[in-house]
Design a binder for this molecule. Structure first.
Ligand code: SAM
Length: 353
């Protein structure tokens, strides 16, 4: 289908959102590509406004029981120090975020058993009692009862990427885990009324353009509140360390995927993820904010832990303290003529009670 025609249909609410349309858009080049980026930015402006919400991410433990083939903190990697922050250290990070006018803390870690699930619940309770922050948790697959318990403790949102929509590829990359289980977890979260985020990596070894289109399409089918995507970056201490990103020679695909994601998910919060800066140093996240993204997530992890949470090499800001990360985020946002979002920046989607 001709790209311009797709946009006209979208504006008239007459577009059939199919995987075929995703594929056509992903193949945009030249003038059509310029139009794709312009349209994604216009939809972001119309639906999400010009405010950029800042969510500070605290990587509170790098202990992980999983062995995902691409991930730097996988259980079998012995080349770095494992840590788990204490509850008081996490609270301290939350207090300084609040002082810096951030409104959401994202608590991320490897999967169990760094900090026990009950302890995570107690930390959520304390953050909700002692600060005004919204709390997003991102610690992997859990039983529905645990998500329910964390919600009772005050958790506002949960973030769990499905990584790839292709079941065989998912199985190869995640020993002992299936795509079905991952999607079931996302279903539990939705059923519990928790604001749900997911997403995928772009260019995993074995990914085809068809799979990438399927990833974008799956985000729409799940009607997600938040969607985080970013390029896959090989980590030398993993089994895939020598396997390059499939779009290594065509990195524009990373931004095309982001723009199409926005067109297919007009009302989702979409962060400009750190991995964009790792691939395009100094400008990746800025470009992402101009091509569909509306959220920025500076690293709020205490500096002494940063270098041990290396999911992939080249992660920016490893030596900067949280205030420096926030300052550089503010500069970027202002340079785009956009403003910093006030309040928690919850999902704008209306859900049936
Ligand atoms: N344990 C939680 C989970 O699985 O959702 C959160 C931590 S996990 C390490 C955070 C994300 O890092 C993953 O969802 C994955 O998409 C991303 N990631 C890991 N290794 C990566 C790599 N080599 N390149 C790009 N992203 C990577």
């Amino acid at each position: 289908m001709v790209v311009r025609y797709i946009f006209i249909l979208a504006r008239r609410n007459a577009l059939k959102y199919t995987k075929g349309v995703v594929l056509s858009l992903l193949k945009s080049e030249g003038k059509a590509l310029e139009n794709l980026y312009r349209e994604a930015d216009a939809i972001r402006h119309r639906k999400m406004g010009d405010e950029i919400y800042i969510r500070g991410i605290v990587e509170f433990s790098n202990v992980c029981a999983n062995n995902c083939l691409y991930c730097g903190i996988r259980a079998s990697n012995k080349n770095f120090r494992r840590y788990s922050m204490s509850a008081d250290e996490i609270l301290e990070a939350a207090f300084s975020m609040e002082q810096s006018s951030l409104s959401t803390i994202v608590l991320q870690s490897g999967e169990a058993p760094g900090i026990r699930d009950e302890e995570i619940g107690a930390i959520i309770r304390r953050i909700k009692k002692e600060t005004t922050l919204a709390v997003t948790v991102s610690v992997g697959n859990r039983p529905q009862e645990m998500y329910h318990y964390w919600r009772e403790c005050g958790m506002d949102r949960y973030f769990l990427r499905f990584e790839t929509s292709n079941p065989e590829l998912f199985g190869r990359l995640h020993p002992g885990c299936t795509l079905e289980e991952r999607l079931a977890c996302l279903g539990y979260l939705r059923d519990l009324g928790i604001q749900t985020g997911s997403g995928f990596m772009i260019g995993l070894p074995g990914e085809t353009l068809d799979i990438l289109a399927g990833n974008i399409f799956l985000c729409r089918e799940f009607d997600l509140d938040m969607i985080g995507i970013g390029p896959y970056i090989p980590h030398p201490d993993t089994p895939l360390g020598d396997t390059t990103n499939v779009y290594k020679d065509n990195k524009e695909v990373f931004f095309k995927a982001l723009a199409v994601l926005r067109i297919f998910n007009p009302e989702a919060h979409i962060p400009a993820t750190t991995a964009f800066d790792a691939v395009f140093p100094g400008e990746g996240r800025t470009l992402a904010l101009q091509r569909g993204a509306n959220i920025f997530m500076p690293n709020s992890t205490p500096v002494q832990y940063r270098k041990d949470y290396l999911l992939y090499p080249g992660k920016p800001g490893v030596d900067d303290d949280p205030d420096q990360c926030l300052d550089s985020a503010t500069v970027r946002i202002k340079s785009l003529g956009r403003s910093i979002g006030k309040g928690p920046g919850h999902s704008i989607k209306k859900r049936a009670p």
